[in-house]
Ligand binder design. Sequence first.
Ligand SMILES: *Cc1c(COP(=O)(O)O)cnc(C)c1O
Length: 403
Amino acid sequence: MSDVNLPEGADGAQHLFPCFSRADVAFTHGDGSWLFDTNDARYLDYATGIAVTGLGHSHPDLLDVLFRQGIKLWHVSNGVRIPEQEALALLLCQKTFADRVFFCNSGAEAIEASLKAARRYHFAEGRPERYRIVTFEGAFHGRTLATIAAGGRDKYLAGYGPVAPGFDIVPFGDFRALDAACGPETAAVLIEPIQGESGVRSLAPSDLERIRILCDRRGALLIVDEVQTGIGRTGHLFAYQHSRVVPDLLAAAKGLGNGFPVAACLATERVAASMTPGTHGSTFGGNPLAMAVAQKVVEIVANQAFLDEVRRKGARLLTALSKLVEDYSEVFSEVRGHGMLLGLRCVVPVELAVSAARANGLLCVVAGDNVLRLLPPLTLSDAEIDEGMCLLRKVAKALTRAE
Ligand SMILES: *Cc1c(COP(=O)(O)O)cnc(C)c1O
């Protein structure tokens, strides 16, 4: 049982905002690729808290760094120098296109920082009329008022008043529409290299390159939303690194703290130079505790041998999943994705497949387009790949019979 301090018979759930639809399961602890529930049942974690715990649960190096920093210093304000922040910024800049980093606490905040930096850059260049942002249908950029406007999805916008202006939304991968949407008022194009939430829809590296060229031609910046694709998920530290593209801004979050809430906006010197003292800020952003944990995460992931392993295991998963689709075409119709960001398009309702998986001890995530999303820990062993595939076969068999 959970050792959470709740009075006998009390129902705390009724005191939470009802904005999540939750499965009736609760976990008490985790170990590597496994989670254990209040009945001591174990689950293979191919959900990783939605692409967050990429290094698995209770990683010894992360426990160690959390402890060490925890007894030294948790928080000071950004009114003083924070050496842990400077160290992580340096590391991220060494491993990417970026020259400067702004730290915050969530993916949506990292996107907001990117949007503000893009607008501020043009403002500082004497072009305040360039404030519009071009985004793509099916995109997910977060749940703040600006990021739901960027995503443009009715179901996330309904009931929240006037939609924040300044966003132009074009079909994913439609270059003609993109070209037409980029005008003299465009500040930036914002894109996910792989759309995660809307069904693991990938953009080819050559398509990202075309978008970069188009941005340059139109004087627009390129922002990549790597909140889900970043921190090794696709087999590079960031997914843009599969291509020759150099973005102007990048948002990172989910995997960055392996569950410690932390996010970052990465930028070139040219763009970041406009973010002068007072133009943006955050109370919690970049505090020593978050920085210590995130630095360790990036040190582990941004290692060539580690990333090679992610690519190798991702390919192994992809092969096994393709075989699964062949064998159970009445349940699954298509495999999608790269590295360890994979999707199985379902023939049966995806919610049914995800709960059947959970009932069999495998955790995965619902995505749009009736896609079951697989986001295993990057540290997954080959045996845990085989075990996961075995569980998925059981699920497919059960769902075949259920029809
Ligand atoms: C999860 C996600 C976000 C939002 O991150 P939060 O931490 O929930 O604010 C933004 N963009 C993408 C691509 C995401 O997957």
